[in-house]
Design a protein around this ligand. Structure first.
Ligand code: HEC
Length: 118
C-alpha cells in the first residue's frame, strides 16, 4: 500500500510538468498561426462569417482609429489589427478610385412624378 501511494505521488510532478508543457505549446502555436497569416486570411477566418466582404468596412476612416477599433473589438494583437486595418483600406481604396467615373452615369435628373389628386 505504501509503495503504491508513493509511486502515485511521484507521478504528480511529471504530470504537472507535462500539462504545463502542453499548454505552453498550444498557446505558442496559436500565436504563431495568427502571426503567419496574411490579413486576407485573417479576414477570411475571423471576419467573413459576419462581414461577407472586406469592402466598405474602412469607410474612409483614419487607419489609426480603424486599427484601434479592430484591436478593441476583435483582433488580439495590435500587429494584426494594424495589418487588418491597412488591408481593409487597400481593399476599399483601390476600387473606389478606379470606379469613380463609372459610378456616376451622366443622366439628366428625372423630374419628380406629378402628384395625383383624388
Ligand atoms: C460576430 C460577428 C462579427 C465578426 C466575427 C466580425 N464583425 Fe465586424 N462588425 C459586426 C457588427 C454587428 C458590426 C456593426 C456594429 C458595430 O459597429 O459595432 C461590425 C462592425 C465592424 C466595423 C465597423 C464598420 C462600420 O460600419 O463602422 C469594422 C471595420 C469591422 N466590423 C471589421 C471587422 C473585422 C476586421 C473583423 C475580423 C477581425 C470583424 N469585423 C469580425 C460583426 C462582426
Amino acid at each position: 500500500m505504501t509503495t503504491l501511494f508513493r509511486s502515485g505521488r511521484d507521478l504528480i510532478a511529471p504530470l504537472v510538468t507535462l500539462v504545463a508543457v502542453v499548454l505552453t505549446a498550444t498557446v505558442a502555436s496559436a500565436q504563431n498561426l495568427d502571426a503567419g497569416k496574411s490579413p486576407a486570411n485573417l479576414f477570411a477566418d475571423g471576419c467573413a462569417t459576419c462581414h461577407r466582404s472586406p469592402r466598405g468596412l474602412a469607410k474612409g476612416r483614419f487607419s489609426l482609429t480603424l486599427a484601434w477599433f479592430l484591436k478593441d473589438h476583435y483582433a488580439t494583437s495590435s500587429d494584426s489589427a494594424k495589418a487588418l486595418a491597412s488591408y481593409l483600406e487597400s481593399v476599399d481604396g483601390a476600387p473606389r478610385a478606379a470606379a469613380k467615373p463609372a459610378a456616376r452615369p451622366t443622366r439628366p435628373p428625372r423630374p419628380p412624378r406629378p402628384v395625383q389628386d383624388h
